[in-house]
Structure formats: structure tokens, C-alpha cells
Design a protein around this ligand. Structure first.
Ligand code: MC0
Length: 147
């Protein structure tokens, strides 16, 4: 029986205090390209996805997450991190988020949501509680068709 759940690392998420400044650093200094930018009110973030010019589907992206308010998840995380940004999450990609969620629950980890929510580019997302994952916030994503 296969124990596989995840396909690849989809992205690494950085909490940032200034999205435009973080995009400038990642594009002008580190050489990534801005692929996508959007606001997700439910998650309380303005976010940007970065990758390469010939980004392949299996290549992980970089996600920059700026808080929409100090009381949002990212706002709280930055406050708890001394007012600085940093790595807030790693995100693993799945083909079927319902199947992945069921398998993870069956293996005893707590998921944050009863049902998946909407993430970047119309994807469906879920999170494993960091207390059940060695202190790391793990996001699980099923990308939207064609994304
Ligand atoms: C909090 N903790 C973390 C953590 N956030 N540990 C590792 N990584 C993180 N990112 C730890 C704290 O250090 C603390 O540990 C304990 O969890 C409780 O922290 P808290 O500050 O009281 O925070 P809570 O409990 O209110 O919220 C934590 C929780 C929250 C993980 C439930 O951050 C959450 O709902 N996250 C999922 C949603 C999210 O991250 N959205 C933003 C990205 P101690 O030991 O001090 O008790 S949106 C996104 O990513 C979308 C757009 C996408 O990709 O498509």
C-alpha cells in the first residue's frame, strides 16, 4: 500500500512587513520573477507568488505574505517574531485535498479547518496544526485546474 500523500513542495511562505519592499528584494536582488499577486481577505493577507521565467509546475514557488491588519494571522505572527518577517509556513501540494485530509486525520494530525478554504489563484487549502508537525505550520494545497 502506498503511504504517499504529497506530490511536491508547492511553496515556502514568508511573512513580510512591507510587500512592495519584499517583492523588490526578491526580484531585483535575488532574481525571482513576480508571477502572481492577490489579496485574500479571508486569510487576512496581501500576497505575491514568485518563481522563474520558465516556471515548471513541479518547481516550488516563493510566497510573500503581508498582513492586512495587526490582528490577522500574519500580523500576529510578525508581532510574536519581534516585529520582523521570516519563514511562516511550508506548503505541500496534493492532487486531491479531500483524500489527503482524510489520510492525515487518519494518521492522527489535527487539521485547522473542517473543510478546505480558498487559497492562492483559486486553489483549495488546508493546514496541519504546527503543534502536530514539529513546530512547523504545514499548508496543504490542491491547485486550481490549469494553475
Ligand atoms: C503560530 N505558531 C506557529 C505558527 N503560528 N508555529 C509555527 N509556525 C507558525 N506559522 C505557534 C505559536 O508559536 C504558539 O506556540 C502557538 O502556535 C499558538 O500561537 P498563537 O500566536 O496564539 O496563534 P493562534 O493559535 O491564534 O494561531 C496559530 C494558527 C494560525 C496556526 C492556528 O496561525 C492559523 O490559523 N494559521 C493558518 C492560516 C494562515 O497561516 N494564514 C496566512 C497564510 P506556543 O508554544 O507559544 O504556544 S494564507 C495562505 O498561505 C494562502 C493565501 C495560500 O497559500 O494560498
Amino acid at each position: 500500500m502506498s503511504t504517499d500523500i504529497f506530490r511536491c513542495i508547492d511553496h515556502v511562505g514568508y511573512a513580510v512587513t512591507d510587500l512592495d519592499a519584499a517583492i523588490r528584494f526578491h526580484t531585483e536582488v535575488l532574481g525571482w520573477r513576480l508571477l502572481h499577486r492577490e489579496t485574500n481577505h479571508e486569510q487576512g493577507v496581501e500576497e505575491a507568488m514568485l518563481g522563474t521565467g520558465d516556471q515548471l509546475p513541479e518547481n516550488a514557488q516563493v510566497q510573500l505574505l503581508a498582513p492586512l491588519s495587526p490582528t490577522s494571522t500574519i500580523g500576529k505572527w510578525i508581532a510574536n517574531n519581534g516585529g520582523r518577517g521570516g519563514i511562516q509556513q511550508v506548503c505541500y501540494r496534493v492532487d486531491d485535498i479531500e483524500a489527503a485530509s482524510a489520510a492525515l486525520r487518519q494518521r492522527g494530525v489535527r487539521l485547522l479547518y473542517d473543510a478546505p478554504k480558498i487559497g492562492t489563484g483559486g486553489s483549495r487549502i488546508q493546514f496541519i496544526h504546527p503543534k502536530d508537525a514539529g513546530g512547523v505550520l504545514i499548508e496543504v494545497v490542491e491547485p486550481a485546474a490549469g494553475h
